[in-house]
Design a protein around this ligand. Structure first.
Ligand code: FEO
Length: 167
């Protein structure tokens, strides 16, 4: 059984993950509009991953006999000045999500909810990968600068990303 505090916090995280999906989809739409098809692909797959994160939380709340309550999802930003700006936003967002997961870990510990604590460890590890993946692209885009050929090479590379089977 979930405590009310943990249940509320997990519901908040469902919303944060759904917002993440919405934000990445908005970035995908931006890249489509700029004909960076590879970056659009990377962002679209990222949006799908965020949905799986939301569903993991959704299922966990239900498995623990909690109640999922969906609230409104904030509207995402719709325009960026450059690919670098969009990926920097993505990295900043992932760092923020990591801090939300850490807060959830602290709360589950304070509430002595070992099941939630154990469940959230998956997210702690996932966030290491999420930050690293975004940072890697930011670093490459910084190196590329305004060099068109380099940007197209990065775009082609990001077009190779394929969806991972849900874990
Ligand atoms: Fe679900 Fe990108 O964190």
């Amino acid at each position: 059984m979930l405590s009310q505090k943990v249940e509320q916090a997990l519901n908040k995280q469902v919303n944060a993950e759904l917002f993440s999906a919405y934000m990445y989809l908005s970035m995908s739409a931006y890249f489509e509009s700029q004909s960076f098809k590879g970056m659009a692909n990377w962002m679209r797959i990222q949006a799908q991953e965020e949905l799986t994160h939301a569903m993991k939380l959704f299922d966990f709340i239900n498995d623990r006999n909690g109640r999922v309550l969906l609230g409104p999802i904030e509207g995402p930003k719709t325009h960026w000045d450059s690919p670098l700006q969009a990926f920097e936003d993505a990295l900043r967002h992932e760092i923020h999500v990591t801090s939300l997961i850490y807060e959830l870990m602290n709360l589950s510990q304070a509430e002595k909810d070992h099941a939630a604590h154990n469940f959230l460890e998956w997210f702690v590890n996932e966030q290491v990968e999420e930050e690293a993946a975004a940072r890697q692209v930011v670093d490459k885009l910084k190196l590329a600068g305004d060099h068109g050929a380099a940007l197209l090479m990065i775009d082609a590379e990001l077009g190779q990303r394929t969806a991972q089977p849900a874990q």
